[in-house]
Write a protein that binds this ligand. Structure first.
Ligand SMILES: NC(=O)c1ccc[n+]([C@@H]2O[C@H](COP(=O)([O-])OP(=O)(O)OC[C@H]3O[C@@H](n4cnc5c(N)ncnc54)[C@H](O)[C@@H]3O)[C@@H](O)[C@H]2O)c1
Length: 301
């Protein structure tokens, strides 16, 4: 057991979409533990319409009222460089980026417009890319960084009416996994959370008793741990909500090696389908090397 509490003194933390919901809870928690927090929020509606400085300003005031240090930023994550520049201008460094900003444009796929698709991809995936891309050189240079992406069960498992959101959210995990590899030698750790929490995005979707149990404050401890110096985990995907925390990873069936390798027919795939999709003795690949190894054993046993 660790007896030292997790602190962020002298650390500069950027939390996007921190004017409400989960982001606000994260920002307040960082502020309480000594971080200098850049509270970013565009302040628009749940579907991404409009702008308002008030949500970010209010959270900054709350952090300051608790004795913490914080600055507000109102740029869209689509201009991530401005958010990181704000951290550099005010605090001179950036140690942690929590990519949390998000909107919803839920609609069944056959009714989805290009705008529904593009807006959601722009805020979640391009936005996280922009903020992270701007912070990356600073983190590389200082040999230290912590990045948290915010995915969703909708991305991991699919969810009716959320094709745009699902694509963006699992995209974030893909991005995180490669950044985990590219950042490993530079002290940068990159992880993804898939939260469940009561917020304006979920009110009306979930029953009141469930919302009561899913306080955003119950997600923030995971974000703080993943953002802390003591956490060396990277490339992980963690489901979290209501005080429950669990890692999700890929599972693969042992598969079927079909031959002769030069002439495989669709019928052979059909006739081996049960074996190809048999998870009674699964493996748990952790890297692309594991796939190359499994493939290699088949090609040149
Ligand atoms: N609440 C849940 O159960 C749940 C589940 C899965 C994933 N998430 C994800 O968690 C994150 C936080 O969501 P929440 O539930 O707290 O909702 P929320 O609406 O309270 O918070 C999202 C915040 O992002 C801000 N924002 C939106 N577009 C922005 C932009 N372009 N630039 C800067 N800020 C912007 C909004 O103003 C808002 O304050 C989102 O990425 C969401 O997709 C939430």
């Amino acid at each position: 057991m660790h007896d030292q509490s997790i602190r962020f003194d002298e650390r500069v933390v950027v939390v996007t979409g921190a004017g409400g919901g989960l982001g606000r809870a994260h920002a307040l928690a960082f502020g309480r533990r000594g971080a200098k927090v850049v509270v970013n929020d565009l302040g628009g509606s749940a579907s991404g319409v409009g702008v308002d400085a008030a949500p970010a300003e209010k959270v900054v005031a709350e952090i300051k009222a608790g004795g913490g240090e914080a600055a507000a930023n109102y740029d869209s994550v689509e201009s991530g460089d401005k958010i990181v520049q704000c951290a550099m201008d005010i605090y001179g460094r950036v140690d942690v980026v929590v990519n949390n900003a998000g909107i919803l444009r839920d609609v069944s796929f056959h009714k989805m417009t290009d705008d529904d698709w593009a807006m959601v991809l722009r805020v979640h995936l391009f936005g996280a890319y922009q903020v992270t891309r701007a912070a990356w050189p600073h983190m590389r240079e200082q040999g230290y960084g912590r990045i948290v992406m915010t995915a969703s069960g909708a991305g991991i498992y699919g969810n009716f009416g959320q094709a745009n959101y699902s694509a963006a959210k699992l995209g974030l995990h893909g991005l995180a996994q490669t950044l985990a590899i590219e950042g490993s030698g530079k002290g940068i750790r990159v992880n993804t959370i898939a939260p469940l929490a009561a917020s304006r995005l979920t009110e009306g979707i979930m029953p009141p008793h469930l919302l009561e149990a899913l306080k955003p404050e119950l997600v923030s401890p995971l974000v703080l741990w993943l953002s802390s110096e003591g956490c060396e985990a990277t490339g992980k995907l963690i489901e979290v909500g209501g005080g429950w925390f669990a890692e999700v990873s890929w599972e693969r069936s042992p598969g079927a090696g079909l031959g002769p390798k030069t002439s495989i027919t669709p019928e052979m795939v059909r006739d081996n389908w049960t074996k190809i999709t048999d998870f009674s003795a699964p493996t748990h690949p952790r890297s692309i090397i594991d796939t190359m190894t499994a493939l290699g054993e088949h090609i040149a046993p």
